[in-house]
Design a protein around this ligand. Structure first.
Ligand SMILES: [Zn+2]
Length: 226
């Protein structure tokens, strides 16, 4: 009988011990989260984590990802090049390499992008596949694009503004770019449409911002499909 009581007391002790340990861990992790993710403005909607399937096939959305493109100020050959670039984007998105490079992206030894608005690499990958632009906020697995060519002697390759879907591309660069480079540039600008930004002046960390880093991934993988 005494043995039973001892066991009961012991198991109660173990239970409460586990419980408090769990609580402490929870507290710790919510503290970490608060420190790592300062409240962004506006607060992003929670993005559901897709099922982890590293090494498996890419998600179905990656295979059906599409683009709806309106072109302004494009001549025939420009049009051929930009449509080739769009095909490259669709082809690259459907690859495991693209998924693995986005999800596995590291900055200073950590799996993260710079200026990630508190989103994990996995969440950012899913946001790309969702195609939910700030100005076209439905999940349609599609890039909604308005592209316009313009000429400027400056070093600006392209730009866009937050209140318009239109992406402006400088012919000074566009004319000399390969289709894969155009793909990288279009994708960079489109990522701004998902709400991601970067420093306006050059820095090493800027290259690891969501638009730059993923634009480069797109360009480099795209070279295979030119
Ligand atoms: Zn940019």
């Amino acid at each position: 009988m005494a043995k039973l009581i001892v066991l009961t007391v012991l198991s109660l002790f173990l239970f409460s011990c586990n419980n408090s340990e769990c609580q402490t861990q929870q507290e710790k992790s919510s503290e970490n989260q608060a420190a790592a993710c300062p409240a962004p403005e506006p607060e992003p909607e929670p993005v559901p984590e897709p099922l982890p399937d590293e090494g498996e096939e890419v998600p179905h959305e990656a295979l059906i990802f599409d683009a709806k493109v309106d072109l302004f100020n494009f001549e025939r050959l420009d049009e051929d090049k930009v449509l080739k670039a769009i095909e490259i984007i669709k082809t690259v998105i459907a690859t495991k390499e693209f998924r693995d490079q986005v999800i596995g992206y590291t900055y200073q030894g950590k799996k993260t992008f710079v200026d990630n608005k508190g989103f994990s690499n996995q969440q950012i990958y899913q946001m790309l596949l969702d195609g939910k632009e700030d100005l076209r906020p439905e999940i349609d697995h599609e890039m909604d694009l308005e592209l316009e060519l313009y000429y400027s002697w400056t070093s600006t390759v392209g730009y866009t503004t937050a209140n318009s879907l239109r992406i402006f591309m400088n012919t000074k660069f566009f004319d000399n770019y390969s289709p894969a480079q155009v793909a990288g540039n279009v994708f960079h600008e489109w990522i701004h449409k998902l709400g991601f930004t970067h420093d306006s002046s050059y820095s090493v960390s800027r290259d690891s911002s969501v638009p730059y880093a993923i634009g480069y991934i797109m360009r480099d993988l795209g070279r295979k499909y030119e």
